[in-house]
Ligand binder design. Structure first.
Ligand SMILES: [Ca+2]
Ligand SMILES: [Ca+2]
Length: 534
């Protein structure tokens, strides 16, 4: 593939900016997907049909990231938030492999502050080298909720340390200091290695927080406090409902990929957003059948007058739970009350699932994307695990108004995908859009599940399609970027090569698109012209 000129060689904000027109802002995008349905749609208008990073046409600014950036950018309060690694260090005191979470200025892409967290060095399978921070931020007011690369849930101050170090958490120095000097995994082959709490060096030499470092308000360590077993990379997108945070735990297999080491650990937890106190958990005994990990985040919708939390477990089951009431308080985490469950793949094996590890023809299903709630229905994409499971995958539409076991009585339609799926679907104007790792983009009729059109694309799709302003925006792991008309007839508006693999879903906020590749974040705006300099 012909690579575009590596703009990442430019400085973070070395692009002069000229806007041809200024339009009224439509809104922030403070979380991944539409609140709270997680539908991959946006109400933004006047979004570009094309752009060119080589000439700067319709480019507002470009910010350098590290060498991997798997989270989707989030925009709130004049800031853009995105996770990456430390291969493009922004502060010389943070050396070596780290999880990095950037807070950038929305107007210019300049760094406001960054959260830099040491890797887990007990075992590389607990925090994969150079993966960076993969979770999406969720922002409410001046509070930023995030799961870091050590599987800790953090509440951060959007104002950083500029307005002082706010508490109760004030151990930023210890939390940013690695326990070993080189940060490399110290695992021994075959050794029984357990996850450990970060213990900075005994010599007392701590890194000192400066104005570029994040201000942590509170921290909840899912490994130490909820007993999960981290695997590969933590990924969660926190859902806020009232005073409570709902999130998946990223509890997974160990480095053999055939053993669950924390069979009692929760898959879905609820924390108090004010304090980080652990209030509730699922009691569905999901963990023993988690085939790989618990990477799919929850969604929320109102059914029959009640708010329900929808959750796709790492065991191939879809659940709905009652939300907690706003006066919930107890000494120990209570069990979430289940409203329904749905077996996404009922003929798949249900016991000793890890014997199917590496089997591409037969085995259980799991999920990476979120269940989208739309008009009393859930739209769910799932199937065999991309790394270790079977190839089969589906997009399914479920009636979310029933209770109990929905497996046999609530499938409205099921549409087979080509191969492995990681995306969350986008539902708009009677159409459902999804893309799979078999390199096919799908447009399906929302009512019937009948395919309307498909398009063969370059590269696996780890991102989700975004529908906004009558267009579908989608990037792929081969670095190709597609714009389709969001209609019943196929119309490819543009196909670009951005030069680096793309994992992030495109974000639309305040009239601008945010498109992240592995190495750079593009702010794309109709009428903008960036001056490209060496
Ligand atoms: Ca502060
Ligand atoms: Ca603090």
């Amino acid at each position: 593939m012909k690579r575009a000129r590596p703009l990442s060689a430019l400085g973070p904000v070395m692009l002069a900016l000229r806007l041809a027109s200024v339009r009224a802002p439509a809104g922030d995008q403070p979380q991944w997907g539409e609140p709270w349905s997680r539908n991959m749609v946006s109400k933004e208008k006047h979004l570009p049909e094309s752009f060119d990073p080589k000439t700067g046409r319709n480019i507002k600014w470009i910010a350098k990231l590290g060498t991997q950036a798997h989270s989707t950018p989030v925009v709130a309060g004049g800031r853009v938030y995105i996770g990456t690694n430390n291969e493009e260090p922004r502060d010389p005191k943070h050396k070596g492999d780290r999880g990095v979470f950037l807070c950038l200025d929305e107007k210019t892409g300049a760094l406001v502050w960054q959260l830099v967290v040491p890797k887990r060095d007990e075992d590389s399978y607990m925090d994969w080298p150079r993966m960076g921070m993969s979770s999406e931020a969720t922002v409410e007011g001046d509070r930023v909720y995030l799961v870091d690369n050590r599987s800790a849930v953090l509440c951060l101050d959007a104002n950083g340390l500029a307005n002082g170090n706010d508490g109760p958490f004030r151990d930023e120095a210890a939390y940013m200091t690695p326990s070993t000097s080189d940060g490399k995994p110290r695992q021994q082959p075959g050794a029984e290695t357990h996850p450990e709490v970060l213990r900075p060096p005994a010599d007392g030499k701590l890194l000192q927080p400066g104005p570029l470092d994040a201000d942590i308000i509170w921290k909840f360590d899912m490994v130490a406090q909820a007993g999960i077993w981290p695997h590969d990379a933590a990924h969660s997108s926190v859902l806020i409902h009232g005073n409570y945070l709902y999130l998946n735990t990223a509890n997974g297999v160990d480095n053999t990929h055939k053993r669950i080491r924390a069979p009692e650990a929760p898959s879905l937890i609820v924390l108090d957003k004010r304090t980080g106190k652990w209030l509730a958990r699922d009691d569905e005994h999901i963990a023993p059948n988690v085939f790989h990990n618990t990477w799919a985040s929850p969604s929320l919708g109102r059914v029959n007058g009640h708010d329900l939390v929808f959750f796709c477990g790492g065991n191939g089951m879809v659940y709905a739970f009652e939300t907690l009431l706003d006066d919930t308080a107890s000494d120990r985490p209570r069990a979430l009350k289940k409203v329904f469950q749905f077996d996404f793949d009922p003929t798949a094996p249900k016991t000793e699932v890890h014997r199917f590890n590496g089997n591409r023809r037969e085995g259980p299903s799991n999920f990476y994307g979120m269940p989208v709630f739309f008009q009393d229905r859930l739209f769910v994409a799932g199937g065999g695990d991309i790394w270790w499971g079977k190839n089969e995958a589906w997009l399914k539409c479920i009636d979310a108004t029933r209770t109990g076991d929905l497996t046999t009585n609530s499938v409205i339609w099921s549409y087979p995908l080509n191969k492995h799926v990681l995306c969350t679907p986008a539902v708009a104007d009677g159409l459902v859009f999804a893309a799979d790792c078999g390199r096919i983009f799908h447009c399906v009729d929302m009512k019937t599940g009948k395919p309307l059109w498909t398009h063969e694309i370059n590269g696996e799709v780890w991102a989700s399609p975004l529908v906004a302003d009558g267009k579908v925006y989608l990037g792929t792991r081969s670095g190709n970027y597609y714009l389709f008309a969001a209609g019943r007839e196929k119309k490819v508006l543009a196909e670009l090569e951005l030069g680096d693999p793309i994992s992030a879903t495109t974000t639309a906020a305040n009239g601008t698109l945010y498109i992240a590749t592995m190495t750079r974040l593009l702010a794309v705006k109709e009428g903008a012209q960036a001056t490209m300099r060496e």
